[in-house]
Design a protein around this ligand. Structure first.
Ligand SMILES: Cc1ncc(COP(=O)(O)O)c(C=O)c1O
Length: 324
């Protein structure tokens, strides 16, 4: 992966090489950080780069920070401006991916969440597919269970909890699968290692509820709306038994990284016909139009980068706090 040339760090855009932390950094030692993943899509017809739903991503980022008792001196609007400034500095004019990170920066020994100082960084890189095989994922049900709300809350995108995802992903890939489907402690389907999950049965889409230890995906919310309002597919949010997947007509992952990816085999059994089905196919076509700013009614989700110049926001600008 080519490294970025810049980073938003300590309130301003700096050369990437200057965005450095010490090995004692709390977030590095104890996983006390939160992060996000945001895509921006190049629209060649308009020669414009559109960031997809940045305010919603940063809203979840700030909520994740609240879970870790972090008071960040930014609003979602300020972080969106910071990201736009960074993308401009990087001169990115192609599909890319941005990674905001907030972490406890103190160089101290002692596991805790209190009496610590957070710092925020954002970097952005050129980015294509997260999973090569978006049209036909071969997944496995992981032997690892999803972390529980009473362990490390999965509704926050907390850096330390991604060790759970990493166990599931590495075991899946070493066994020859593209991705893992992770069950929660009750044995219900929760999500992929870094994606939300849907299945389709008899024309109805089903996805786990937010109380089944999922990350509340921005893409998931987008898909719920597109399925219901544009494709006329009803969606039910309820717990899903593992064997419902065996008998499903279609299944798919969704997320910023994976976008919308058909799951066509699970543990050597075909899902439905064993190839991408009509709902996933229609949804993918619609989704890619929406994220590139080609759907006028969804244009409000697409934040232009080059259209009008905006200053880079930092902590010196009107400060706010995520604490109530
Ligand atoms: C565990 C997990 N679930 C779901 C998602 C999808 O979330 P989003 O659509 O907001 O990218 C992600 C992606 O970041 C994730 O890491």
């Amino acid at each position: 992966m080519a490294l970025p040339r810049h980073a938003f760090f300590r309130g301003r855009v700096v050369p990437y090489a200057d965005a450095r932390v010490g090995v004692l950094t709390h977030g590095l030692n104890y996983g006390t950080g939160v992060f996000g993943g945001i895509r921006a899509y190049w629209n060649a017809d308009e020669a414009e780069l559109f960031v997809f739903r940045p305010r919603d991503h940063f809203h979840r980022f700030l909520e994740s920070a609240r879970l870790l008792d972090m008071a960040l001196p930014y609003t979602a609007a300020m972080l969106t401006e910071a990201l736009v400034g960074l993308l401009r500095a990087e001169l990115l004019r192609e599909d890319c991916y941005a990674r905001p990170l907030a972490f406890y920066a103190d160089e101290v020994i002692g596991v805790r969440l209190h009496n610590l100082t957070p710092e925020v960084s954002i970097v952005a890189i050129r980015y294509g597919r997260y999973l090569e095989n978006e049209e036909g994922i071969h997944a496995t049900i992981s032997s690892w269970r999803r972390v529980d709300d009473n362990m490390i809350p999965p509704r926050g995108k907390i850096t330390g909890s991604y060790v759970n995802s990493a166990f599931a992903k590495t075991d899946a890939q070493r066994s020859g699968f593209d991705e893992a489907i992770v069950l929660n402690a009750d044995g219900h389907i929760s999500e992929g290692s870094a994606e939300n999950f849907f299945l389709v049965k008899n024309g109805v889409a089903v996805t786990p509820p937010v109380t089944d230890n999922i990350l509340e995906g921005v893409t998931r919310r987008t898909i719920l709306e597109l399925l219901r309002e544009k494709l006329g597919v009803p969606v039910v949010e309820r717990s899903i038994d593992r064997t419902e997947l065996t008998l499903a007509d279609e299944a798919f992952f969704c997320g910023t990284g994976v976008q919308v990816a058909a799951i066509t085999r699970v543990d050597h059994r075909p899902v439905g016909q064993g190839r991408m089905g009509p709902v996933v196919s229609a949804l993918r076509a619609l989704y890619f139009d929406v994220v590139r700013g080609k759907s006028p009614e969804h244009r409000h989700w697409c934040h232009p980068v080059y259209a009008d110049a905006a200053p880079i926001a930092g902590p010196e600008a009107s400060r706010s706090t995520t604490r109530a």
